[in-house]
Design a protein around this ligand. Structure first.
Ligand code: SIN
Length: 494
């Protein structure tokens, strides 16, 4: 990948970086595809169109499925050590190019540079982790209770996999799926979000450089996403769907996948509660809250969406959080010192504004923020709302923005009941100095992941995923590899 960095700060991307890859990547070749119209990629900080990317049609999607199906047998039978070494090279190349990838993410997603750098490393780590997991496809052999035969269990690649990724973490959500799929011996078709296709295409360029054979990875941004994904789910050769996105879209894809009995791993929406107990280390709790709330300007499935604070520490925690959020500089991601970028687009900003307005109308108090700043671009001020009613809409919907609504609780049973009062169950955060109590609460919370005295739970070595309507399956860790493997039992007599 060659991105020539000419200049930083608020220069339009067209003058800032030469984006090498703006075409589809199918069967090891870069192609303009068969759609004459392309996807305009916009910088959410300025609204400027920064690149135009090829858009896959149904014919292009079929070509990608053909390429992935042709490449599948050779990739599946390649020694795991060789697959591991290719992934390891991809990790090293991503680290080599982390600065360029970070700039690309700032421009197409809007996240501040420091966060984009952190994401580039986080994303690369999925390749490193799964390069190590590629050689750990472990089966088992046991004796049947009758003693008559042996039970031999092996795990084989599930087959051609369709990976559908969101715009909020354009690099990490791609590598979190490509890494385990390739490690398991599957070939893939990646359909990145239309808002952020440049990073995914850049990652494809690095995989090519790392030695991934033709057809093993195919990347097809499309402005007809739903049609393209539906066609691939009907294709018959696609045996796996791994999706990260909203619960609403996930539900539609699950129904579609059911028609062809396609295996699904779904990482869907969250509505994370953040519990602060009276005995918590409040400085640590505020620090954790800032990460859990403000990472990626609040646009994360694992973002703290609702703060429940025990009465004796309510005022101190809320006041300190408001002071800290008020000091966070808002601006374009390439501006130095900026900590809070724009949200992805105008509808996202309007939704946030609507939720805040409604909560305030119903009696919530604005401690800081509470409106969009007076500047162009899709910005919203870091906002803390106190005295939010426990039934307020802002506590039921994923805010996906820099707004922290705070609710008081009296007693841990009330807090657990309020935290679990949602159909979602991705992550919950708990702050307490009493570890035993914290672990008991962690067991009672209905979530796939718990941050106990931690505001950041994401780690390639940990199983990431939710319960209830937050999803199916896990990504990262050894479990992430298993999602791309199928179990085969061989009843054996000897
Ligand atoms: C997400 O928001 O979907 C993923 C966040 C993460 O991996 O930390």
């Amino acid at each position: 990948m060659t991105l020539t960095v000419k200049e930083r700060r608020m220069t339009p991307v067209s003058e800032l970086i030469a984006v090498e890859h703006t075409d589809l990547y199918i069967g090891g070749a870069w192609s303009r595809g068969s759609d004459s119209e392309r996807i305009d990629v916009q910088d959410p900080a300025s609204g400027e169109v920064i690149a135009s990317v090829a858009s896959a049609t149904l014919d292009d999607a079929r070509a990608a499925a053909d390429a992935a199906a042709v490449a599948a047998p050779a990739w599946a039978s390649r020694p795991p050590r060789e697959r591991a070494e290719i992934l390891r090279r991809a990790f090293e190349l991503m680290i080599r190019d982390k600065e360029k990838l970070a700039e690309l993410m700032v421009r197409e997603n809007g996240k501040p540079m420091a966060e984009a750098r952190a994401e580039a490393v986080y994303a690369a780590e999925f390749f490193r982790w799964f390069s190590e997991e590629a050689v750990r496809n472990i089966g088992s052999l046991s004796i049947a209770p009758s003693g008559q035969n042996r039970i031999l269990v092996i795990h084989q690649p599930i087959g051609v996999s369709l990976l559908v990724t969101p715009w909020n973490f354009p690099a990490a959500m791609a590598t979190r799926k490509i890494g385990p799929a390739l490690a398991a011996g599957c070939t893939v078709i990646l359909k990145p979000a239309s808002e952020t296709p440049l990073t995914a295409l850049a990652v494809a360029g690095l995989l090519e450089e790392a030695g991934v054979p033709r057809g093993v990875v195919n990347v097809i941004p499309s402005r007809q996403s739903s049609k393209v994904v539906a066609a691939l789910l009907e294709d018959g050769r696609v045996r796996k769907l791994s999706f990260t996105g909203s619960t609403e879209v996930g539900r539609i894809l699950l129904a579609k996948a059911a028609e062809g009995i396609v295996s699904c791993s779904m990482e869907l929406g969250g509505n994370a509660p953040f519990l602060v107990l009276a005995d918590a280390d409040l400085d640590a709790a505020v620090e954790g809250a800032l990460v859990a709330k403000m990472r990626n300007t609040g646009q994360s499935c694992v973002a703290a969406n609702r703060f429940y604070v025990e009465a004796p520490v309510l005022e101190r925690f809320t006041g300190t959080l408001a002071d800290a959020m008020a000091k966070m500089p808002v601006g374009g991601g390439l501006e130095p010192e900026v900590k809070v970028g724009p949200v992805i687009n105008r509808p996202a900003r309007d939704k946030i504004a609507g939720l805040v307005e409604r909560a305030v109308h119903n009696g919530a108090k604005v401690l800081t923020g509470g409106k969009a700043p007076d500047r162009p671009g899709c910005f919203y001020q870091p906002t803390v709302l106190a005295e939010v009613s426990p039934d307020e809409a802002i506590l039921k919907e994923e805010i996906f923005g820099p707004v922290a609504p705070v609710v008081r609780f009296d007693g841990i049973d009330e807090a657990i009941a309020m935290a679990n009062r949602t159909e979602r169950g991705l992550v919950s955060y708990v702050y307490t100095r009493d570890l035993a109590r914290g672990l008991r609460i962690a067991e009672a919370l209905e979530a796939g992941m718990i941050g106990l005295n931690r505001g950041l739970i994401s780690d390639p070595a940990a199983p990431f995923g939710g319960v209830k309507e937050s999803g199916l399956g896990r990504e990262g860790s050894h479990e992430g590899l298993l999602e791309f493997l199928e179990t085969k039992y061989i009843g054996t007599g000897w």
